[in-house]
Design a protein around this ligand. Sequence first.
Ligand code: CP3
Length: 355
Amino acid sequence: MSSELHNDRLLRALLREPVDRTPVWIMRQAGRYLPEYRELRAQAGSFMSLCSNPALACEVTLQPLRRFPLDAAILFSDILTVPDAMGLGLYFEPGEGPRFERPVRDAAAIDALPVPDIGSELRYVTDAISLIRRELAGQVPLIGFSGSPWTLATYMVEGASSKDFRHIKALAYDQPEVLERLLNKTAQAVTAYLNAQVEAGAQALMIFDTWGGALAHDAYERFSLRFARQIIEGLIRERDGRRIPVVFFTKGGGLWLEQIAGCGADALGVDWTLSLSEARRRVGDQVALQGNLDPSVLYASPPVIQAEVARVLAEFGHGSGHVFNLGHGVHPQIPPDHVAAMIEAVQAQSPAYHE
Ligand code: CP3
């Protein structure tokens, strides 16, 4: 795939190279806050039927780009396709979030898990990526992604979303080596999966460690960060003469930022619990930063949104190395007009930081 990239702000900012303005995209930019998404999902019947059909996944990926001048597309899929490919049986209960038919809670189940054959089990994802790249025709880069082994394991062991993580925490404290075997196997699957995404055309990668912040400080290194590092070491980092930047995002990981900055990623995702000025001071020149507007700001009126965008831009300050984003995914009840106001504000205000 040699199509020229017309807008490479995202890739440049992730590598802390000069840009004319701060690039912007938003986590969950394709999704339920868009009426055209809700319509297509209703037609398709379910979220998984969108994900597993490359033409529909491509269409959904492009929906937010038709509305907003975003600087990146992100593959429309889910982090839980990897455990699904490992045989756990993913399904979505309407209004309840994800569920697994066969959670893995003991050594026997964990040791019996296969490392999936990405080329066959997750072919629908790599086919979607090839199609999206073709449709994008170099308009903006395409981000591929995966969950971190720890975050995937929380769903694999709990069998669903959890507030207290009781099963996986019991496993972590009672039989840490068994949990490490699960994390290691999952890390191998994730490495192969992300590399397959790069081979299919993903131009940047993001690893979501949504539940890393639920771990105790020493457990974070042992059960999350170590496996993220292992994955990043195994990734293809250059393709068609361009570096493939990697973003690592631990939600709730602000306390450990210095430690996380050494994981090998080019950039860190930052949630809204710390200021980007503090984050920047703490990571120095080691990594770029992506974030971190509180997603709830988008419930407020456009003038407030503009002022909050101004604050986030000012907190990062002058120079490259900032990708504007929310601190977590956009909420389903946000009016699309408010998203537009946020993106316009980034476009209008950020050139001053790159003079
Ligand atoms: O950012 C994007 O636009 C790309 C698409 C994307 C989805 N999920 C689509 C989705 C990405 C990057 C994800 C990642 C994901 N999935 C994470 C990590 C990032 C995060 O947000 O913390 C996690 C933990 C999941 C697991 C998952 N998938 C949950 C907990 C849910 C239910 C959440 C909810 O809000 O109901 C999903 C379903 C899901 N994944 C939806 C979308 C658009 C909603 C599906 C629907 O009802 O249409």
